[in-house]
Design a protein around this ligand. Sequence first.
Ligand SMILES: *[C@@H]1O[C@H](CO)[C@@H](O)[C@H](O)[C@H]1NC(C)=O
Ligand SMILES: *[C@@H]1O[C@H](CO)[C@@H](O)[C@H](O)[C@H]1NC(C)=O
Ligand SMILES: *[C@@H]1O[C@H](CO)[C@@H](O)[C@H](O)[C@H]1NC(C)=O
Ligand SMILES: *[C@@H]1O[C@H](CO)[C@@H](O)[C@H](O)[C@H]1NC(C)=O
Ligand SMILES: *[C@@H]1O[C@H](CO)[C@@H](O)[C@H](O)[C@H]1NC(C)=O
Ligand SMILES: *[C@@H]1O[C@H](CO)[C@@H](O)[C@H](O)[C@H]1NC(C)=O
Ligand SMILES: *[C@@H]1O[C@H](CO)[C@@H](O)[C@H](O)[C@H]1NC(C)=O
Ligand SMILES: *[C@@H]1O[C@H](CO)[C@@H](O)[C@H](O)[C@H]1NC(C)=O
Ligand SMILES: *[C@@H]1O[C@H](CO)[C@@H](O)[C@H](O)[C@H]1NC(C)=O
Ligand SMILES: *[C@@H]1O[C@H](CO)[C@@H](O)[C@H](O)[C@H]1NC(C)=O
Ligand SMILES: *[C@@H]1O[C@H](CO)[C@@H](O)[C@H](O)[C@H]1NC(C)=O
Length: 663
Amino acid sequence: MKVPGVKLLFLAFIFIHIRRPRVCNGDTIADDYADDDTKTSSPPPEIDNCNGVFLSYAFTSRTKSLPLLKNVSAQPWTFDAMATILNAGTIELKEWKMYIGFQHKEILVSLTNAVIVGSGGDFPAAVGNGTTIAGSPNTDLKTSIDTAGDYSQIAVQILIKGSMFGMSAKAVPMPKNISLANDGWKCPKNTKYKTYMHVCCKKDKKYKAKSIDSQYMTRQNGDLTFMYDVLKSYEGSYEAQVTMDNNSPIGKLDRWNLTWEWMRGEFIYSMKGAYTPRMDYSDCVYGLAAKYLSSIDFTQVMNCQKRPTITDLPLVKANDTKIGKVPYCCKNGTLLPELMDPSKARAIFQLRVYKLPPDISQKVLYPPQRWNITGYLNAQYTCGSPIRVDPTEFPESTGLDAKTYAIASWQVVCNITKPEKKKSRCCVSFTAYYSDYAVPCPTCACGCDDTDTNKCNPDRTAMVIPPDALLVPAENRTKKAKAYAKLKHKEIPRKLPCPDNCGVSINWHVSSNHKSGWTARLTVFNWGDLPFVDWFIAVELKRAYKGFENVYSFNGTKTLKNIKNTLFFQGLKGLEYLIEEKNGSKPSDPKVPGKQQSVISFTKKNTPNIQIEEGDGFPSKVYFNGEECALPASFPNSGHGSRVSITTFLFISIATFLLNRFN
Ligand SMILES: *[C@@H]1O[C@H](CO)[C@@H](O)[C@H](O)[C@H]1NC(C)=O
Ligand SMILES: *[C@@H]1O[C@H](CO)[C@@H](O)[C@H](O)[C@H]1NC(C)=O
Ligand SMILES: *[C@@H]1O[C@H](CO)[C@@H](O)[C@H](O)[C@H]1NC(C)=O
Ligand SMILES: *[C@@H]1O[C@H](CO)[C@@H](O)[C@H](O)[C@H]1NC(C)=O
Ligand SMILES: *[C@@H]1O[C@H](CO)[C@@H](O)[C@H](O)[C@H]1NC(C)=O
Ligand SMILES: *[C@@H]1O[C@H](CO)[C@@H](O)[C@H](O)[C@H]1NC(C)=O
Ligand SMILES: *[C@@H]1O[C@H](CO)[C@@H](O)[C@H](O)[C@H]1NC(C)=O
Ligand SMILES: *[C@@H]1O[C@H](CO)[C@@H](O)[C@H](O)[C@H]1NC(C)=O
Ligand SMILES: *[C@@H]1O[C@H](CO)[C@@H](O)[C@H](O)[C@H]1NC(C)=O
Ligand SMILES: *[C@@H]1O[C@H](CO)[C@@H](O)[C@H](O)[C@H]1NC(C)=O
Ligand SMILES: *[C@@H]1O[C@H](CO)[C@@H](O)[C@H](O)[C@H]1NC(C)=O
């Protein structure tokens, strides 16, 4: 095939290429074209023989850049190169993508007529492992036939500027290989010269485009799932809907914050049913968006961060036609288990996303990655990557008996993870009627700051304390703990163990044990400065579970979907609030935590051999609002203070009195 215009182009290019003084740092690079006479006198013959897409890469020059180093392999160099892509075939090439196999720790600083795929178009870009570039602003290459050989429509020259490292001054650092990265094309081995390489890629006849059906994964189960459904796709932007479903019977979110990462320079133009607390378009103005999308009024843009934080709207915005009015939206960040309220187990919000070149086409859609959802004292979730799934179906909005479909759907599955040691956010203490002391929460159960550990020992087991000490904040327990230790003739360490530092603690008290049954009393304390609404506690009792009879001041549920041996307690109507910590009545009094308490009764009919004191009477797992709480390592025992003195007796009486006050 003859393409005269292109020949001219290549002649021009090679001419310039050769005439350029390539003197670098005093060393003249051997002119490779000099020893290849045919190349200088005529364009590469391969271009005539190419009925397909012709790619080339030519190294232009490099110069040492600062700092000048003795170590050859650490020396930075500035380099220039030129890549070309030319449609010499008969098929239009849409959205061309070219792979360049860089291999010398190259860092690209600028490209003309192209952008780096996947970097969000950002420079400098480390491409030392190879990179793929795509056309920008023009993404397609027409054929010579359709354009009467108009070079500007069938070929692109990409001037590459960047830095690289290493290689002696004589060497010519070429990429490993170049190829066409579009699906359905095949490239043979590159033809390589010292500073120039080229390849002619052809349509792969065997390649079959994947059929639309059944190419996607099936939806997975998880504790919390997200759907990222693209509802409408436009040139340069799209509208997506995010649906969160809480599938775990013990999962909960309060004041949720969702974050994700845009991988390709996208930004959030607007949102309904949620918002970004940081409304800031400066990253667009100073970033690539302003460069590529000059027609957009960025002052209207909601957020341009690469990693935005998204949060729920308050209830009052539910009917706001501008920012609310999305089904299941606007719950002030609360997501409850289905058991508590099915309408609050789901949240939905919608957003308009703008894309940057080369992803302008309606078909090019990428979901954000690295999802993370957090809340105020909730279960902690770990989320997987978005997985493409079959398009979600929606009922038709005007009420016809029809279905509409998302353009593309992705699912993100998140599972609840057990908190690491010393990183819980709630903890449990044990007490029992037969013991005069409490086994407190583990030391640093909810973490210890470095500053704290100057004053206390983060590794020492918590000192046992008289039960009434559980009612006061940690800072007021020391005195009681010391007094108790003295009474029991126990050693008092010079550096006391650190407190638990938990915002919520739960006391499990075995309050009676008789032939036919036994009772426990559960108290939950809120030491934080925010109240909990719709709180719940889930308690796993391995052997005792079967004997559960009744809970008096909570609303209890015995069977949970998918979770065994676990009792679920929530506040009765009107008691859904667990209030925050308050000041004592006098300024000198210790602070008073928010509390809720109930007695729980068990029968021994189904569990005749239960060993309450040996541990069967204590929970094996406790969750508060879905967060797994840290448990003590031991149980209270009656032997500890075997000779009950009058003081001990007093302690127990006071403690029982105080705890009962809240019953
Ligand atoms: C030279 O630089 C390379 C890359 O930075 C480094 O790995 C190597 O250790 C250096 N060699 C010397 C002799 O400093
Ligand atoms: C190249 O790949 C190696 C190994 O996978 C990785 O450690 C390195 O960070 C990559 N370099 C760049 C510039 O992406
Ligand atoms: C280019 O090199 C990379 C890395 O060695 C290899 O994976 C790829 O298949 C090569 N492409 C071609 C067309 O040879
Ligand atoms: C929103 O409108 C619905 C239906 O009209 C109504 O039931 C609901 O109370 C309204 N919510 C708010 C926050 O105004
Ligand atoms: C909504 O949440 C905020 C904190 O995020 C809280 O201050 C406010 O009281 C909540 N409003 C309602 C109606 O629950
Ligand atoms: C107990 O919880 C269930 C389920 O959430 C609810 O239907 C019921 O009304 C609650 N009962 C009371 C007394 O609060
Ligand atoms: C999610 O974000 C929180 C708060 O920024 C952080 O502590 C946590 O490690 C993140 N989780 C993941 C899986 O990245
Ligand atoms: C959610 O994000 C906002 C803004 O970044 C922050 O102020 C708030 O503390 C976060 N809430 C939670 C529960 O992490
Ligand atoms: C979440 O849990 C489900 C079922 O327990 C499991 O199939 C899935 O692989 C888990 N996903 C992640 C991201 O851990
Ligand atoms: C409780 O601790 C606080 C802070 O250390 C202190 O100011 C207060 O006096 C203590 N109250 C009592 C009754 O010990
Ligand atoms: C609680 O007491 C502190 C000082 O001890 C004071 O600053 C604060 O305002 C008080 N809070 C309330 C709600 O009274």
